[in-house]
Design a protein around this ligand. Sequence first.
Ligand code: SF4
Ligand code: ZN
Ligand code: ZN
Length: 303
Amino acid sequence: MKCVKCRQPAVVEVRRHNAGFCREHFVEHVLRQVERTIDELDMLRRDDRILVAVSGGKDSLALWDILQRLGYRADGLHVHLGIGEYSSESAVKTRAFAEGRGLTLHEVSVAEELGFGIEELSRRTRRIPCSACGTTKRHLFNRFAREHGYTVVATGHNLDDEAATLLGNILHWQTEYLGRQSAAMEATESGLVRKVKPLVRLAEREVAAYAVLQGIDYQVDECPMAVGATSHLYKEVLNRLEEVAPGTKHQFLWGFYERGRRHFPHESRTLNACKVCGEPTTGEICAYCRLAERARAAAAGTR
Ligand code: SF4
Ligand code: ZN
Ligand code: ZN
């Protein structure tokens, strides 16, 4: 197969575009796809102070790299989750990436916040690890961004991630989540910082190819807590459909953004300041503080 741009041998094939690309033109293609997503969904402004949520995996490091190349001001925040060797290695990769490019990286640690990491948090609260982890990360990213004057938090969710989430929300008719599922969530007066997912036009394998071609040294191991996560099954199902009909994932997700989501309720919720930490919440005490309290109570043997 030849590159559609220069007819040199292709190194990456993108079946849904029915196109092959050489290294140079694949990189250009990726940058263009992200730029288009940012423009179409009005995600970022040139004067934004962007905080990239960097885990050390391919998606977040590729995102940070791409935003730099597109000329945005973006710093990183890495959250140490306290998941054994996986977390220590992720931190090493993230630091090396930032140092190698002279980028500003902030770090916070769940263990320093709570006294223990995600593994123990999930055990103590009997919550599914990814659910406890998600609540914790959302809280820490929003709080950090707000306290340090960042105007937007960018995450590396790709097309596969978002299509799998959409499939899960539809299978369970989570209408409230469907109304809110978006790649660009506006800030609220109550203190939720704007959140964007600029990679949602790129499939997981395209992001991986980009990371490899750009020489990004990322954490290749999967989080051990993700074993058995239903999102893996949804991704597998979607990949199977994509094999037979290239473009299915894109149509599914972007069709939802463009034509589906408006049919689901999207009420602006009244948010209050959490009585414990001050972060925005629909109730009196935010999900993170309730989780932390449950974990502490379990440790004290009161439940
Ligand atoms: Fe957290 Fe789950 Fe992701 Fe592991 S896989 S980092 S537990 S959300
Ligand atoms: Zn080319
Ligand atoms: Zn709180």
